[in-house]
Design a protein around this ligand. Sequence first.
Ligand code: SF4
Ligand code: SF4
Length: 286
Amino acid sequence: TLYMGARSNAVEHIGTAISHGFDYAVAGAPVIIADGLNGKNIRMVKIAKKHFDEVSIAGDIAAADSMIVLSHFKGHIVSGFGGAIKNLAMGCAPPDGKRAQHNARPFTIPEKCTGCASCMKVCPKDAITVKKKKSVIDHELCIGCFECMHVCPEHAIEIDWETEIPQFMERMVEYAYGAVKGKEKKVGYMNFLIRITPDCDCFPYSDAPIVPDIGILASKDPVAIDAASFDLVNQQQGYADSLLTAHHHPGEDKFTGVHEQTDGYRQVRYAVEIGMGSSKYELIRI
Ligand code: SF4
Ligand code: SF4
């Protein structure tokens, strides 16, 4: 994948999967890294949308006749939340595709930076150096993963939220659209609303859930399942001892209660706009 560490190539990625319990004996299915040994097995899928005329999709995903998409529903520092749409977008894209979506770049606010180097230690691309007690981000190396923003204790790393983030979400949705193009009515989705953490699972640590466990949703529509997941989370009473700083009451947006600057529901609105699915749903309890 685009990320370094134990997910940087297919061999190590499979090792990571096994260490998390996803081996043949447990899952009853093989783990296949769909973009090949070094991320070069790709297929370009024409979508003709606002940001992309075509998107780069992992070759074995594009070749699959059908898919079951399993997603952990949780918060995300930039996209507000991550569910089926985000999982399709990032999970089905090879490194080039991930890079194309992540083209927002953070910058350091020198007045706030104390030079602690926490950002430098988590950067997966060694894009950060600390000089004269100030962090400097090399935008040529940066892949826009935003991990540095998350760990900075001084909130000294920022992005242009108004211009960069809406576009990031739209690019993400277009990739999700491309990942399932041609598989209409052959993809099923399950969102796990369990241990709903404030941040993405790609961080090297977790945090306390922000609301109680809700259950598992299933749908044939990636937009409806994310819309329903979003609504169900927001209907909960938020945990006081979590990273929620506001919006604890039922009916309030829990994701802006953690990441106040990002409107995650924009994913759903844009997905509806480009014809990926519907935000309307009916919940049937089984
Ligand atoms: S967003 Fe931050 S952590 Fe991620 S690659 Fe860029 S500089 Fe490194
Ligand atoms: S984590 Fe924040 S305060 Fe520490 S060096 Fe990086 S930008 Fe500066």
